[in-house]
Design a protein around this ligand. Structure first.
Ligand SMILES: NC(=O)c1ccc[n+]([C@@H]2O[C@H](COP(=O)([O-])OP(=O)(O)OC[C@H]3O[C@@H](n4cnc5c(N)ncnc54)[C@H](OP(=O)(O)O)[C@@H]3O)[C@@H](O)[C@H]2O)c1
Length: 323
């Protein structure tokens, strides 16, 4: 596979690439990994539609990108992934106004927030990270199907190894809320969604990948408290131990240019064409049971039967069926 690794950057992944004429849509483009991926793709001539919920933050991010990539082809759209009506309004207009999407990167995310609910009453992390992207992707599908070698990239996390989805109680109605379990469930859902997308779209020419970016200091940590931080460190160490990794080096942080590299690789690398439905980390294919802070994944996250069940539950929750 690739000669890349944990330190590979977005610029290295795209070295020599020409993305002129290709259209990318990316959620959560107003900060962190989304902003860096947007910058890197735009620097190679891609048209990038930046989706976020704060116009002010998106414009500030676009201004920073234009300062380093003069003439960057960027468009800004306001979408709140915690509000199904906002997603439907945006997607319908976007599909009507744009012929094709070549790559959709579902990058936005919220982590470890206190118990709260979306506009539609879903638990916030499952609702935003999974259900919002589930509806967005399916509503944008007519344009994706018209794309040139189209791909859908879903940002998951090594945090998927915290726990599996709970298909019986997705909104923490009968289970006590735990902010890390909630994040783990939502990030497992991102992988299962990838698996089912790959199966459903196999004969329609669309590829799908799940990505763990590594650990990167971004605004994702905005909800962390000393208590939740300590819980995370304990859980990470115990998962590393379980994976047989005694190096202690698994907690190292990446620069944002390296953190965004795996999603940019998933979105563009020709050598991934025969690996649709895969979990990726450190710009490499994932490895079952290996250290989840790098590219290790849990087998439950790629279970095709669970992926079908999650799709059916998600359709029921958003109140729409998709072919
Ligand atoms: N950083 C890491 O170490 C790490 C590790 C593993 C996985 N990831 C994954 O990588 C992805 C990107 O995270 P990041 O580190 O770049 O975090 P970030 O800097 O906090 O960026 C997250 C983006 O998502 C947006 N967002 C959150 N809720 C939204 C909503 N309801 N509607 C629309 N947009 C929303 C945020 O907008 P606002 O700023 O307006 O909220 C922001 O643009 C996430 O999916 C995350 O789970 C990150």
């Amino acid at each position: 596979m690739s000669a890349y690794g944990p330190e590979t950057t977005t610029n290295e992944v795209l070295d020599g690439a020409d993305l002129g004429g290709r259209r990318f849509v990316i959620t959560g483009a107003s900060s962190g990994l989304g902003e860096e991926a947007t910058r890197a793709l735009a620097s190679k001539g891609a048209r990038v539609s930046m989706l976020a919920r704060s116009r002010e933050k998106s414009e500030a991010a676009a201004a920073r990108i234009r300062a380093s990539v003069p003439g960057a082809k960027l468009e800004i759209y306001d979408v709140d992934l915690a509000d199904l009506a906002s997603i439907r309004t945006f997607a319908d207009k976007y599909v009507a106004e744009h012929d094709a999407i070549d790559v959709l990167i579902n990058n936005a995310g919220v982590m470890c927030c206190p118990m709260s609910r979306t506009a539609d009453g879903f638990e916030m992390q499952f609702g935003t990270n999974h259900l919002g992207h589930f509806l967005l992707t399916n509503r944008l599908m007519p344009a994706i199907l018209r794309g040139d070698s189209p791909r859908i990239v879903n940002l998951s996390s090594g945090g998927h190894s915290i726990c599996n989805v709970d298909l019986d109680d997705p909104n923490f109605e009968s289970t006590e809320y735990d902010p890390w379990d909630s994040y783990g469930r939502s990030k497992t859902a991102n992988v299962l969604f990838t698996v089912e997308l790959a199966r459903r779209l196999r004969d329609r020419g669309v590829l799908s990948f799940a990505v763990h970016p590594g650990m990167i200091m971004t605004e994702l940590s905005r909800h962390l408290t000393e208590e939740t931080m300590n819980l995370m460190l304990e859980r990470t160490k115990s998962r590393q131990k379980k994976a047989g990794d005694s190096s202690g080096g698994g907690m190292s942080f990446k620069r944002v240019e390296a953190g965004a590299a795996t999603q940019v690789w998933a979105a563009t690398a020709p050598d991934l064409a025969s690996h649709s439905g895969s979990y990726l980390g450190d710009c490499q294919l994932g490895v079952e049971g290996a250290n989840p802070t790098h590219r290790g994944y849990e087998s439950y996250a790629l279970d095709p039967e669970a992926a079908k069940k999650l799709w059916a539950l998600s359709e029921k929750m958003v109140g729409e069926s998709f072919a």
